[in-house]
Design a protein around this ligand. Structure first.
Ligand SMILES: [Zn+2]
Length: 303
């Protein structure tokens, strides 16, 4: 089952012809999650044929406009299209007030419930889990409280070994126990070893989102071994001082984090509009960490 990230906006601050500001649509084993919601997000979703009503969770990193100015517009469209199922929004405490005030000012009464979970970028926390996935938040280092997010699959069940099961005529009734690693006792009184009838589980996949932040080594335990890390790379090395002053990262610094956390793949984004292209970002990151990609709007990245 799919686990994939579609980049809806990969630019910083100013939208350009090539890049909208930050938003991503994540599909994780049937769960639909939006991360950040800059202006233009709903247009990009429509353009890509992504059904907005299937979004169940919206994770907002922080309250700089290039990360959430599209949110009330999106909520309003959900309402106009007749949404009745609830929506959960995670983000800085103030965001709840902002949404309410904007809706109230227009005399809008939503036909669906919004559950708001305040997150203020000060500690690592599990914020959602169900049978298949977990969502964690962790603090980033930016000018205002900022949340990073980690979406991961739960440990998966073992695969059955059909040949071994058939050979020993193990009844189907025991398959679920075997998949969970239990050694069941058969009707005959015989206890069987699950290892004989199963194969290793597929690895649980994970995705981490880090925007906006200055280089922060404290993130490494949280990011350790993730399959895909999205990390902001607002600046090139040439503007390292600017990165420091504005609490952003360079592409090279993002690569240093990816390397230290031993992630499988690094996706760079949140590029400053001052650069005509990102060739230097890529080169500087590659000098540190080989498995790196430049995020492009409307592209989907499989995990
Ligand atoms: Zn910011």
């Amino acid at each position: 089952v799919d686990f994939k990230v579609t980049v809806l906006g990969s630019g910083a601050a100013l939208p350009t012809q090539k890049r909208n500001a930050t938003a991503q649509f994540v599909e994780c084993v049937g769960r639909s999650i939006l991360i950040d919601c800059a202006e233009g997000t709903q247009y990009r979703l429509r353009e890509l044929g992504i059904k907005i009503q299937k979004i169940q969770h919206i994770l907002i990193s922080h309250l700089h406009g290039d990360h959430y100015f599209g949110l009330v517009g999106l909520i309003s469209t959900m309402h106009l299209l007749g949404r009745d199922k609830g929506l959960t929004i995670y983000g800085p405490t103030l965001l709840e007030k902002i949404i309410k005030l904007q809706l109230e000012a227009g005399g809008n009464q939503l036909a669906f419930d919004i559950t708001f979970i305040p997150i203020d970028g000060n500690s690592n926390k599990l914020i959602f889990e169900d049978a298949k996935i977990e969502i964690h938040t962790f603090p980033l280092k930016h000018r205002i409280p900022t949340n990073g997010y980690l979406i991961k699959e739960k440990k998966k069940e073992l695969h059955l070994n059909p040949e071994a099961l058939q050979k020993d005529q193990i009844p189907k009734a025991y398959f679920n126990l075997l998949k969970r690693g239990v050694d069941p006792v058969l009707d005959s009184g015989q206890k069987i070893n699950h290892k004989k009838y199963t194969l290793p589980a597929s690895p649980a996949r994970s995705y981490a989102f880090c925007s906006d932040t200055k280089k922060n080594l404290d993130l490494i335990p949280m990011l350790s071994n993730v399959d895909l890390l999205y990390h902001e790379a607002t600046f090139k090395e040439q503007h390292k001082d600017r990165a420091k002053a504005t609490y952003h990262s360079t592409a090279k610094q993002a690569a240093e984090i990816a390397k230290a956390a031993e992630v499988k793949k690094l996706l760079l984004g949140h590029f400053s509009a001052r650069y005509p292209n990102e060739e230097t970002h890529l080169k500087e990151a590659k000098s540190i960490f080989e498995e790196v990609l430049i995020a492009e709007d409307s592209q989907t990245y499989m995990i």
